[in-house]
Design a protein around this ligand. Structure first.
Ligand code: PBG
Length: 333
């Protein structure tokens, strides 16, 4: 039996669903380990492997432990990591973010030495290094925080360049200051790092889905919130203008973040610009599924594969996900 569609009476979708091989033949999208990037949190010390309570299976790692974690990540078939740093000390100008011997800079050097083939992406932001926890220089304003956009650009550019000098393969600014892609591009070029691409968090919303991350990276703002620089979840057209600016400023890869609640923007960004497009399945996307799986309410593997496939279907070429290792292993089974 086939269902007539009226318009295409001869079209019988079920003819293509008969067997595993037939379904595989006509499948439009798939997951592949080479598309995955695993975010990792690095901190000082030795032999530190500190569990992040709100993100089961994720840890703050000292560099020696990071190397072990990355070895098992590569072993699983994942070729790229995204580094976040937790510095020993924070201040009002985020000195740790651009210190030649900062935690991320040290971690990058150690990883590139140990695994020359590994793609090391670094998150470029100041919030983990600022005593107030904001992504740039700010002044308090009422109960909120107003960011000092332009003075922040120089610090971001220094941060990105110091990551690249340490050996980072891609720098990924997540701060959402206006003009930071151009400032970073110019500084990289000036220092002879013109081959290093920028993956910009082009479309980054002020999102409750970052909640668990702020425990992981110890970067919760001490006052106000990030609404004066991150985007309003209500705005799709504005997101496209943000992405267009980053394209004009020289971004090489465009990222949409969070992922599942913003599939429309993954689709629009990919369709409009045709750039390599990344989706970031953020911390709460991870924690929610983990929590429900722990309770036995859902099948974690099936849910994770389905939701990441949805990001691919929407147009994402690259998936930044805390499940990168598990997905790679599941794909091999
Ligand atoms: C830093 C940054 C954040 C995330 C990535 N980079 C937090 C924030 O903007 O508050 C969130 C990642 C996640 O939730 O997994 N600005």
């Amino acid at each position: 039996m086939s269902i007539s569609t009226g318009k295409f009476p001869e079209y019988r979708p079920r003819r293509l669903r008969g067997s595993v091989a037939l379904r595989a033949l006509v499948r439009e999208n798939e997951l592949n380990a080479r598309q995955l990037i695993l975010p990792l949190f690095v901190r000082g010390g030795r032999n530190v492997r500190q569990a992040i309570g709100s993100m089961p299976g994720c840890f703050q790692l000292s560099i020696d432990q990071l190397i072990k974690e990355v070895a098992s990540t590569i072993e699983a078939g994942v070729g790229a990591v995204l580094l976040f740093g937790i510095p020993e000390a924070k201040d009002e100008k985020a000195s740790g973010a651009y210190a030649a011997n900062g935690i991320v800079q040290k971690a990058v050097r150690a990883l590139k030495k140990e695994f020359p083939e590994l793609l090391v992406v670094t998150d470029v932001c100041l919030c983990e290094y600022m005593s107030h926890g904001h992504c740039g220089l700010v002044h308090a304003h009422g109960s909120g925080a107003i960011v000092k956009n332009d003075p922040t650009l120089k610090l971001l550019a220094r941060t990105a360049a110091s990551h690249a000098e340490a050996g980072a393969d891609i720098v990924a600014p997540s701060d959402m200051m206006d003009g930071r892609v151009r400032a970073i591009r110019e500084e990289l070029d000036r220092r002879g790092l013109d081959q290093v691409p920028i993956m910009s968090y082009a479309v980054k919303f002020a999102s409750a889905f970052y909640g668990p991350f702020r425990e992981a990276a110890e970067s919760a703002p001490k006052f106000g919130d990030r609404r004066s620089y991150q985007m309003d979840a209500a705005n799709g057209n504005e997101a496209m203008r943000e992405a267009a600016l980053d394209v004009a400023e020289g971004a090489d890869i465009l990222m949409v973040k969070p992922a599942l609640a913003y599939l429309d923007l993954i689709y629009r960004v990919k369709t409009e610009f045709g750039y390599p497009t990344a989706a970031y399945a953020v911390s709460a996307e991870y924690s929610m599924i983990k929590a429900a799986a722990e309770k036995g309410w859902i099948d974690e593997k099936a849910i994770v594969l389905e939701s990441h496939l949805a990001m691919r279907r929407a147009g994402a070429d690259i998936l930044i996900t805390y499940w990168a290792r598990e997905i790679a292993r599941w794909l091999r089974e």
